[in-house]
Design a protein around this ligand. Sequence first.
Ligand SMILES: C[S@@+](CC[C@H](N)C(=O)[O-])C[C@H]1O[C@@H](n2cnc3c(N)ncnc32)[C@H](O)[C@@H]1O
Length: 194
Amino acid sequence: MFEQWVNSYDNYLLHKVVFYRAYSTVFNHTHLNPSVTILDVGCGTGEAVRFLRKKGFNGKFVGIDPSPEMIRLARLKEGERRKSSFLIAEAEALPFARSSFDCVISNFSIHHWWNPAEAIREIRRVLKPEGVFIIVDIRGNSLIGKIARNFERLMGSGFDYFECHQVEQLLTEGGFKNIRYLNTNTCFLSLVAS
Ligand SMILES: C[S@@+](CC[C@H](N)C(=O)[O-])C[C@H]1O[C@@H](n2cnc3c(N)ncnc32)[C@H](O)[C@@H]1O
């Protein structure tokens, strides 16, 4: 579905107003250590890395997304100068060796994954033992969640949004031991797990 609206995707008000809040959450928890290596699962057009770069993050960044158009645009926007790479891949089959990343982030993507349990096991596998996973999405029962759910139904996508406890359960079953909530914003779920 993203192939159809990828070119106007970055201009949506939702992106600017809602998604940038999520990136701030990620920024506040990655502390801009230049040696940190970040994987963004469901990276879209790569807005998260652009946001992090503007804030001074200079580490290695890898984004994956199954949409070729999203990846094409992400590569175009980031250019050759940066220590970033973008690959076509799905969360459920990450093309990386065990313990490759210090940090995995995922913004507003989990509700699209066709097998979230498998995806979270994959994320645990590619994270270093002491690595952290920061996940953000719209919370299913919030006002925005209800609007987004109706929008998804209109689009015929069949996707639905999670509640915090459902993501917490997926994380626990996927092998994460320390799970905590990052903020109390009622529209979002944002959890950090290690
Ligand atoms: C709402 S967009 C969010 C994109 C990006 N994280 C951002 O902040 O703009 C959701 C993204 O999840 C991607 N996606 C869909 N299914 C996926 C899967 N199985 N694994 C990883 N990403 C997926 C979509 O292609 C899309 O780019």
